[in-house]
Design a protein around this ligand. Structure first.
Ligand SMILES: [Cu+2]
Length: 92
């Protein structure tokens, strides 16, 4: 196990600049209709491993999520809000 961890660490160090990066995605969350919703959404997103920062904009009904793309994905973030009762889509 230790050997595997070391091997992975070496691999990660070698290719980190290519694929392990902090990303920010904005998710449209039309289901946020009152002041409590952003709190629920914020909590759900912050609970996803790899998420560094969440900024929910209640007026625009979206959330800007900063995450480590080697630990989580946009799809996982969408699942997290959906599981909390707020289906979301990537904002364009
Ligand atoms: Cu609400």
């Amino acid at each position: 196990m230790k050997q595997l961890v070391l091997t992975l660490a070496v691999l990660a160090a070698g290719s980190a600049p290519v694929w392990a990066a902090e990303q920010t995605v904005t998710l449209d969350i039309p289901g946020m209709t009152c002041g409590v919703c952003p709190i629920t959404v914020h909590k759900a997103l912050m609970a996803v491993p790899g998420v560094k920062d969440v900024r929910v904009d209640e007026a625009k009904k979206n959330a800007a999520v900063t995450f480590d793309d080697s630990k989580t994905s946009v799809q996982a973030l969408i699942s997290a809000t959906t599981d909390a009762g707020y289906p979301s889509t990537v904002s364009h």
